[in-house]
Ligand binder design. Structure first.
Ligand code: PHE
Length: 478
């Protein structure tokens, strides 16, 4: 039987390209609406400090772990585990990564579609002259309509597929190299506009004033969860991108740059949103609705609001697009390499299948909202299952794999490029992936599925009494 040679693998052409693509995967709807909202609810600056320490202590090591797996194996998530541990069932996890990417993309593309509707409305001056109530009615009418959200979702999937169709170097790298700097410039402009609004300081105080009394074990878990979601770890997106990184590149410095970009954009998003929210007396904890209902309100009342609205929704669509391509690439890499289908066919097939499931997710928010499982619609189930279970579990398994199964020397070879770099922090990295990260993530996971209840540990009332006593005794001594 003739041996089938795999076609020569595509790869990122430059380090800037790798960083743009992976930062693009990380930066998404999670940074722009989720981060500011979660940070605001959980003590602002105090939350930020914990979040940043999780990015450094857990997020960065797991990103590096995913890159190491991908580059070592030079394969998709399924093939990577098959090559690195042929006789162990780790490939099942690789396959689950593909399935999870499929699921996340099907509902993420729903929200991505909303960004296009809102961009369209912004261009058509559709927010103009509408009251707050009319604007929220506009959002729910749009949801209930069904056909429009589906249309935008399909258009968004088409753009995603178009970029993936073109491959790694001429598709992902080429577009993210332009889109990511553009995103950064846009968000800085919106920040400047936002912080110069009258009353902006209250919003900045809300985001940056450290209120340590708000920190509870739950807040710590929220920070860890947000760090994992935001960095796109636990799903093999970075295994897949890692497999396109050339052997000569330094993985560690790339990871530092990506994590820094992701964090900077999240903080900038907070700076862009909260001053405006407070300046216009909006509730800061509206979650998803914060952007789609409240911001048009804000833009409408801002001088030059027509342009700010267009800028903002362009930015949001770009952020979503660079994340959706990373999700589709996980699936396409698997289909091309394992099912031996050409990249073009694989892209069309995968994108169409995801779009079909995606349509169900979109409709479950509107005309099909009666179709529920365990009392939740499909969209919410996908969101909860992937976010609360799959990502933490995935990050946990990646840490375990690199810490205990991949082989210390293999990991070291990848991280130090066969000893070319010193890898001074290698011991710390191994300690984290072997012990610290799995333990921390296990706690989030068990709490997430309700097996342990960490809220039982937070007893603010008693804590305050103790604190007051300490205060009194300290005063007495003085
Ligand atoms: N990190 C992306 C965001 O912040 C979401 C994402 C998670 C994308 C996992 C790919 C994989 O929106």
């Amino acid at each position: 039987m003739a041996k089938i040679d795999l076609p020569k693998r595509d790869s990122f052409g430059s380090k800037v390209g790798i960083i743009a693509a992976a930062a693009g995967a990380a930066i998404g709807l999670g940074n722009i609406w989720r981060f500011p909202y979660v940070a605001g609810e959980n003590g602002g600056a105090a939350f930020l400090i914990i979040y940043l320490s999780f990015i450094v202590a857990i997020g960065i090591p797991i990103m590096l772990a995913e890159f190491s797996i991908g580059r070592r194996a030079q394969r998709n998530t399924f093939g990577a585990f098959k090559i690195l541990k042929p006789n162990q069932p780790w490939y099942i996890f690789g396959l689950l990564c593909v399935a999870m990417a499929f699921m996340i993309l099907s509902y993420y593309s729903t929200i991505a579609g909303w960004t296009l509707e809102y961009l369209y409305q912004a261009l058509a001056n559709g927010f103009s002259g509408k009251s707050s109530d009319q604007l929220s009615g506009m959002f729910s009418d749009f949801q209930r309509d069904g056909s429009r959200p589906v249309m935008w979702q399909l258009i968004f999937m088409f753009f995603t597929a178009f970029i993936i169709f073109r491959g790694v170097k001429n598709g992902i790298e080429k577009y993210t190299r332009i889109l990511m700097p553009l995103l950064f410039v846009l968000i800085v402009i919106i920040c400047i506009r936002s912080v110069t609004l009258p009353g902006a300081s209250e919003g900045l105080a809300f985001l940056f004033y450290p209120d340590f009394s708000k920190i509870t074990p739950m807040v710590i878990l929220e920070a860890l969860g947000q760090a994992a979601f935001s960095l796109s770890i636990g799903l093999g997106a970075l295994i897949t991108y890692g497999s396109y990184i050339k052997k000569k590149e330094n993985l560690t410095t790339s990871v530092y740059a990506i994590a820094t970009a992701d964090t900077v954009i999240a903080i900038l998003a907070g700076v862009a949103i909260f001053p405006a929210v407070f300046a216009f007396n909006i509730q800061p904890d509206e979650g998803e609705a914060l952007i789609f209902i409240t911001l048009p309100n804000i833009f409408q009342e801002m001088p030059g609001g027509y342009f700010w609205a267009i800028l903002f929704f362009t930015l949001l669509a770009i952020a979503a697009l660079t994340s959706t391509i990373s999700l589709l690439e996980i699936v396409v890499a698997y289909v091309t390499e394992e099912l031996k289908i050409s990249r073009r066919k694989a892209t069309i097939l995968s994108a169409s299948a995801i779009a079909l499931l995606g349509i169900l997710c979109t409709l479950s928010q509107g005309p099909m909202d009666e179709l529920t499982f365990f009392g939740k619609n499909l969209f919410t189930i996908f969101d909860k299952v992937t976010g609360n279970i799959a990502l933490p579990l995935g990050a946990f398994l990646i840490a375990i794999f690199v810490g205990w199964f991949m082989g210390r020397n293999n990991v070291k070879d990848e991280i130090t490029n066969q000893g070319k770099f010193k890898g001074r922090l290698f011991g710390v990295f191994m300690f984290i992936v072997k012990f610290l990260a799995p333990l921390a993530i296990a706690i989030i996971f068990l709490n997430g599925i309700g097996l342990i209840d960490l809220s039982a540990f937070s007893a603010p009332a008693e804590y305050e009494v103790i604190q007051n006593n300490v205060q009194i005794s300290a005063d007495t001594i003085n």
